[in-house]
Write a protein that binds this ligand. Structure first.
Ligand SMILES: [Zn+2]
Length: 223
């Protein structure tokens, strides 16, 4: 058996039942044309950080993709959203536009946090302009995933109806819903409009670890 390189997560023991938490949670393999995919080859022996330094970003749109033992595979996605087939790897990534007005590339969005709990990959990487955020699920994350699913089953219809009826949330019902879901799990995630500053940046990884129970590593990005 070949060993897992550092840049990929170790699978959970089957007894934890992780696989059963996610059913039919994926986009179609044909979502992108085969020739839209690009790839970066990884030579053996790189550390996780060395691999993550190679993740691409662009100024005005997002890339989305996934990592294999020997490749970073990625596609050009929307200006502020990225979606990739998740069954291809337990480690996915997306990059934020580094120079798009009104966006804050170095701050994972509430949708990034919510999506990580709600989607199957064990590791998810958000590539900003100066920072790379790596989220890892641990066995302690599993109760939070179940809690989110229970909360959502109970509240989805009522909360979305309320948001849809309020003109204030027009065009951002989903974002707001995800914020509310995170708040229900104990995380009051800052809005994208709040300024990033160093002291907050130091607190946030710890805050995520404390409330959502996943491991967070933040790397400075070499430009
Ligand atoms: Zn994002």
């Amino acid at each position: 058996m070949t060993t897992q390189p550092q840049h990929l997560p170790k699978p959970f023991p089957p007894k934890l039942g992780y696989d059963q938490l996610y059913i039919d949670d994926d986009i179609d393999d044909n979502h992108y044309e085969p020739d839209q995919w690009k790839e970066i080859r990884l030579r053996p022996g790189l550390t996780a950080e060395q691999v993550y330094q190679k993740l691409p970003s662009a100024e005005t749109f997002e890339y989305g993709g996934y990592l294999t033992k020997t490749r970073i595979r990625f596609v050009k996605c929307g200006s502020t959203s990225a979606d990739v087939p998740r069954h291809r790897s337990s480690c996915t990534f997306h990059s934020h536009p580094t120079n798009l007005s009104g966006t804050f590339p170095d701050l994972p969005s509430s949708s990034d946090l919510y999506g990580f709990l709600f989607k199957e990959p064990l590791r998810s990487i958000t590539v900003g302009k100066n920072l790379v955020w790596v989220f890892n699920k641990t066995p302690k994350t599993l109760p939070m995933i179940k809690k989110l699913k229970r909360w959502q089953t109970k509240n989805l219809l009522a909360v979305t109806r309320e948001l849809r009826e309020n003109p204030k949330y027009e065009g951002r019902v989903l974002d707001e819903f995800q914020n509310i879901a995170l708040t229900a799990l104990g995380l009051d995630w800052p809005s994208r409009r709040r300024d990033l500053n160093d002291s907050l940046l130091k607190q946030w990884p710890k805050l995520i670890a404390k409330t959502l129970k996943f491991d967070v590593t933040v790397y400075s990005r070499n430009q």
